[in-house]
Design a protein around this ligand. Structure first.
Ligand code: BG6
Length: 484
């Protein structure tokens, strides 16, 4: 339930994440009437600036392309419910200043209930210092307190456990909302319904019918300007270990007892625990090089020279349970590729040969972005006086099929869930732990912890990735011919 008397405090308010995602999402919810009626928003960051400057930054990425006066009015109203406090992340007096401001806002409430949602859009280095001080100075005693945190949650199993352990000293699991923003995406949220509300699909959802599954993330831009952060983490920690693994767990989990958060997350954890830790043999790494007038990864000034950090990775996961035994799940992600696309491709097995010699497989595609779509490749008889199979598709492109429905931004969906206290689409501590267990061996190998660092394969900026990927996916029985 949404609670009145709520303040949302955004730490890191002048940072990129807050400007590009958090504030636009808060505004979207406000504009559409989804925030609690009397909600107030407080931005907090180190930058010293006046309110005017804060408003400018906080609304910088809010879209109003046609200068719609109704939206402009809403933006003005949104500014009125927002305010800014500047202060350090590691000095106690700043949090007392913040507390005074919060109390000032709350003094206008007409009941004793005070609820506070703390959103940490912060770099990992100040994550614990802030979480600890907020608990000490800003914890509301007469209401509900929640803390929203963002990755990176550590760099491997050990550091993640340390971080979570430190956070746990101050905040309970129930109060903690760990964001993986892919869980807020419409098509990802659709997977549960698609799988479990359609018997035509659920009865074919196993190794007997499915040959292989591929989950792909492609971005057409490099790490420009963000190289410092990226080089420390690499594409596996940035995308595979969280976003793509989350999608995989929802695709492969057993049917939960209910849609309740703990029931869903129990099943996700169970399937994740059945995944084998990744080995080098099942992994391909790439790094982009200059091409088409665009710089290579190593040309970025913020990247250390000779870095072997992968900007592209493909890896095959194996689930050791009766449903999925032997089915390869290929996760692949890359920066500086030929297009922007995130999709799941489920390839079904070939039909028995005999009457059909050369026939396409069925394939179910879930396009997560851009332009959400579900489509199923089917064979029909070519219309006319022949008996010939025609590969075609049943196409549910959302823009055409649901033109009246607005698709929410992932962050809108997640912030609203956190305000309601619904954990379904947030990452539970044990989920994170097992995700790190799967990836830690391969990450240590890449980091050169037990030998020389593997050298990533070069691929040109704007290409489809290292050319070796073709043989890699073929080994997993993936048929490229269905694409297009
Ligand atoms: C973030 C990564 O988690 O996800 C970024 O750190 C990446 O590197 C981004 O660009 C992609 O998110 P989306 O929603 O644009 O697919």
């Amino acid at each position: 339930e949404l609670r009145n008397n709520t303040i949302i405090i955004v730490f890191g308010a002048s940072g990129d994440l807050a400007k590009k995602k958090t504030f636009p999402a808060l505004f979207g919810l406000y504009r559409d009437g989804f925030l609690p009626e009397d909600v107030k928003i407080v931005g907090y960051a180190r930058t010293k600036m006046d309110e005017a400057e804060f408003y400018k930054r906080a609304t910088q990425y809010i879209k109003n392309p046609d200068d719609d006066p109704a939206i402009s009015n809403k933006i003005d109203e949104f500014k009125k419910i927002s305010t800014y406090v500047s202060g350090g992340y590691e000095d106690d007096p700043s949090f007392e200043v913040l507390e005074n401001r919060l109390k000032g806002i709350e003094s206008t409430y007409n009941s004793n209930e005070r609820n506070r949602v703390f959103y940490l859009a912060l770099p990992p280095s100040v994550f614990i210092p802030v979480a600890q001080r907020v608990k000490k100075y800003n914890y509301a005693t007469d209401g509900v307190n929640r803390i929203i945190v963002e990755k990176p949650f550590g760099k491997d199993l050990e550091s993640s456990r340390e971080l979570l352990g430190a956070l746990k000293q101050h905040w309970t699991e129930d109060e903690t909302f760990r964001i993986d923003h892919y869980l807020g995406k419409e098509m990802v949220k659709n997977i549960l319904i698609l799988r479990f509300a359609n018997i035509a699909l659920s009865s074919a959802w196993d190794k007997n019918s499915i040959s292989n599954v591929q989950i792909t993330f492609k971005e057409p831009f490099g790490t420009e300007g963000r190289g410092g952060y990226f080089d420390e983490f690499g594409i596996i920690r940035d995308i595979l270990q969280n976003h793509l693994l989350q999608v995989l767990s929802i695709l492969t989990m057993e049917r939960p007892v209910s849609f309740a958060a703990e029931d869903v997350r129990d099943e996700k954890v169970k399937v994740l625990r059945s995944i084998r830790p990744i080995v080098p043999h099942d992994t391909l790494l790439g790094q982009y090089v200059a091409a088409n007038g665009k710089p290579g990864y190593l040309d970025d000034d913020t990247v250390p020279p000779h870095s072997t950090c992968p900007t592209y990775a493909a890896t095959t996961l194996w689930i050791d349970n009766p449903r999925w035994d032997g089915v390869p799940f290929i996760l692949k992600a890359g920066k500086a590729l030929n297009e922007a696309k995130v999709e799941v491709r489920i390839q079904f097995r070939d039909v028995a040969k005999g009457i059909f010699q050369d026939i396409s497989r069925n394939e179910l595609v879930l396009r997560i972005q851009p332009s959400e779509a579900v489509y199923l490749k089917l064979n029909l008889k070519t219309p006319g006086l022949y008996t010939r199979a025609l590969p075609t598709e049943m196409d549910l492109t959302y823009k055409r099929r649901f033109s009246d429905n607005k698709i929410p931004e992932a962050y809108e969906a997640l912030i609203l869930d956190a305000l309601k206290g619904d954990h379904s689409n947030f990452v539970r501590h044990d989920e994170l732990d097992v995700a790190w267990k799967i990836f830690t061996p391969i990450l240590h190998w890449i980091d050169g912890k037990n030998g020389p660092r593997p050298k990533p394969l070069p691929y040109p900026y704007g290409s489809r990735g290292p050319k070796e990927i073709e043989a890699f996916i073929k080994k997993c029985d993936y048929t490229r011919s269905l694409e297009g």
